[in-house]
Write a protein that binds this ligand. Structure first.
Ligand code: NAD
Length: 484
């Protein structure tokens, strides 16, 4: 069995060939190796899901709810160990990892409420005949997850599919394979055989799973190139549902009347949570000229709170990046010229004696608008604690800069004026818009989806259950049946 000891990826980077097993190292301490993970053959797992599908779909919702409640208890009992597993394997600071596991547990309650609201048949009484819209289970669903929220995001999709009667096959990020396996065991133990399957691996396994003809729905959370390739590959199969949750280039807009201190703290938090490796991370600040100087002073001061540290320490505010590839992308973006680095950013190969993928935040001020708009820093998702700053003259100008990226995930507007907020919010090409909150403040009580390259209009998060069933319109002519 090939072993990938040098990097924590499931693809051999030299040959681009899939590998059959790999060993992840903790990004916060590269001396720590996790258990070896073997790639899974996709076919047998899908076959078990196909076999389980009819019975699972026939179960009354109350029975499926009972299974999910059992899973929830198991997750509650394991919450500390799951949070530790996320921090160890992905480098997400323990405080944030605990938040992620808390969200996983809470998600079950929210999705049960959504299921009870959306899954029952809806009577239609204003048509020519008595009618109903029924929601039917689709069949096995593939859920492909990213490394940065290795449990919360796939779990959100999984709970919706499971409650809707669709068996799930979960393909986690290979970079979070161990904690994903621990989570999957807990879920599997609460469900009938075959209803929740786990496929370990990288791109080859993900692709084989998503393209499998028996898979009826794909929920993918990850990068734009992979999302696009899946959309192209699945385009011919009309009835195979595809939900894409992709990247972001999220802006925090600071209006002249804003609470500058609050805006600065939110921008720093949005840039540094999960070391900037969040789809909703703040990677752009658009600040009105009148307040640019005092805001930037406060912003740099707020960033000083985020010092690289051991992700297993509950006090740590800035964990490491996920792997060497991410560090190299960070370095390439730091080499960007044409503007002024207000904070230069840096790679720290070792923190407190622990070798890891540690970095310090960078902030680039673009004085020349055109140079900034053409830069790699502006055109790519950084997925690191890197922020570009544009100075804007007025709201119209802010809107033009805001809508200059193909992404549209989250935007925060800092202003004291509701009229100003509404005027901007209405024109922004974005799926989630917040007033006076960090771009990363995306609670599970709301839907979460992006416009443009950030997604395909099937919002995850709250109410995702609306997208995981087939609708069947049923009408019955009066006096149709002679017996019940
Ligand atoms: P990634 O696209 O590299 O990988 C995501 C998953 O896809 C992994 O499990 C990977 O193994 C799998 N995969 C890779 N190639 C595949 C293929 N051809 N077919 C099927 N599956 C394949 O993303 P990542 O680096 O793990 O995560 C970071 C990205 O995810 C960022 O772009 C981030 O913005 C995005 N993200 C989006 C959201 C959202 O809700 N919009 C949330 C979290 C992360």
């Amino acid at each position: 069995m090939a072993m990938n000891q040098a990097t924590n990826q499931a693809t051999n980077q030299e040959t681009n060939q899939p590998i059959t097993s790999w060993v992840n190292r903790s990004p916060g301490d590269l001396r720590v190796e996790l258990a070896e993970v073997a790639a899974t053959a996709v076919e047998p797992v899908v076959k078990r899901a196909v076999q389980a599908a009819p019975d699972w779909a026939k179960q009354p919702l109350a029975d499926r709810v009972a299974c999910l409640r059992k899973a929830q208890s198991a997750l509650v009992n394991a919450q500390d160990s799951l949070a530790y597993g996320i921090a160890l394997e992905t480098g997400k600071p323990l405080r944030e990892a605990k938040g992620e596991v808390g969200a996983v547990i809470a998600k079950i309650d929210l999705t049960i409420a959504d299921a009870e609201r959306y899954l029952p048949p809806r009577a239609v009484t204003d048509g020519p005949h008595p009618a109903q819209v029924r929601r039917r289970s689709k069949g096995p669903a593939a859920i492909v997850g990213p490394f940065n929220f290795p449990l919360h995001l796939p779990h959100g999709a999984a709970v919706a599919h499971l409650l809707a009667g669709n068996p799930v096959v979960f393909k986690p990020s290979p970079l979070a394979a161990n904690v994903a396996a621990q989570y999957s065991q807990l879920i599997q133990a609460s469900l009938p055989e075959g209803v929740f399957g786990l496929v370990q691996g990288g791109a080859p396994e993900g692709e084989a799973l998503c393209l499998h003809p028996k898979i009826r729905a794909v929920s993918f959370t990850g990068s734009v190139p992979v999302g696009r390739s899946l959309a192209q590959a699945l385009a011919a199969d009309f009835s195979k549902d595809l939900a894409l949750e992709l990247g972001g280039k999220n802006a925090l807009i600071v209006c002249a009347d804003a609470d500058l201190s609050a805006a600065a703290k939110a921008a720093a938090e949005g840039a540094c949570l999960t070391a900037g490796q969040r789809c909703n991370a703040t990677s752009r600040v658009l600040v009105q000229r009148q307040v640019a100087e005092p805001f930037l002073e406060l912003f740099l001061a707020a960033l000083a709170h985020y010092q690289p540290g051991d992700p297993l320490n509950i006090e740590t505010t800035l964990g490491p990046l996920i792997n060497q590839t991410a560090v190299e992308r960070f370095q390439r973006l730091l080499a960007q010229t044409g503007g002024q680095w207000l904070l230069p950013g840096a790679v720290e190969p070792e923190v407190n004696g622990k070798p890891g993928y540690y970095v310090r935040p960078g902030v680039m001020l673009w004085q020349e608008r055109a140079v900034g708009l053409a830069s790699a820093l502006h055109c790519q998702e950084a997925f690191a604690p890197l922020v570009e700053v544009f100075i804007v003259e007025d709201l119209e100008d802010a809107l033009a800069v805001h809508n200059s990226t193909p992404f549209g995930l989250t935007t925060s507007i800092f202003t004291r004026s509701q009229a100003q907020f509404e005027a901007l919010a209405d024109c922004l090409q974005v799926g989630n818009v917040y007033a006076n909150l960090a771009t990363t403040f995306s609670p599970s009580t709301l839907p979460f989806g992006g416009l443009g390259e950030s997604g395909n209009g099937k919002p995850g998060g709250r109410e995702f259950i609306r997208f995981v069933t087939d609708e069947q319109a049923v009408q019955i002519a009066a006096s149709s049946f002679s017996s019940p």
